[in-house]
Write a protein that binds this ligand. Sequence first.
Ligand code: SAM
Length: 235
Amino acid sequence: MDADHLSQRLAIVASYVPQGARLADIGTDHAYLPVNLAKNGVIVGGVAGEVVPGPFKNAEHEINREGLSDLITARLANGLQAIEPADHIDTVAIAGMGGALITQILTQDFDRLAGVSRLVLQPNVGEMTVRRFLMTHGFQLVAEQIVAEDGHTYEILVADRKAVPEQYDEETLRFGPYLLAEHNDIFIAKWQRELARTSEVLRQVESAHEVPAAKVTELQTKIQQIKEVLQRVGA
Ligand code: SAM
């Protein structure tokens, strides 16, 4: 992968960045996403944020190599602290991290999202946590995609600011309103794998010396939810 040849996962993230956006890509690593979008004339400016010095140097190098330092600023910063008011950022992308970390990044400097109208998030795991964050922080899911690449399954969640977002039940938060409605082959395969994995975890937990009742109930609920959804979509 490079800035001219994004992975399918990152290409989908890119496709949800609006034309003319001012983008902050948080956890940018090589800055492939903002560089790609700037080269293709999609973004008119932005920030490539990184908290680790090595990847930050990679981002800086990539931006300079492509002659894009007037458009994209690389910043060594923790999460949304990479965003300054003068950047006029309206779109934030966070891709390739766990859902808990993405949620932590968005929560800990939430005020930095003041001018942001769109979030494009790609949690590697923990999508439910991210959906719950969006629903409770004034962001409405407007699109979801699921992609299988290199033996992994990734979900891309796109949300726009909305004063009163739709309130989802636990099932919708787990499976995703758009992904559930579409229930394509990748979605079904993901949840069949998750059912097998969770059933195995339950078996191990139940065979423990002291069985943790709360954990057993949590796993049983999840298994029941997955079975119901798979049955409903005819899988
Ligand atoms: N976003 C790119 C992608 O999707 O291909 C790179 C993903 S890479 C697996 C995750 C990056 O996030 C790493 O470079 C890591 O240093 C960075 N990161 C992790 N926590 C961060 C934080 N709190 N603030 C900024 N960057 C962070």
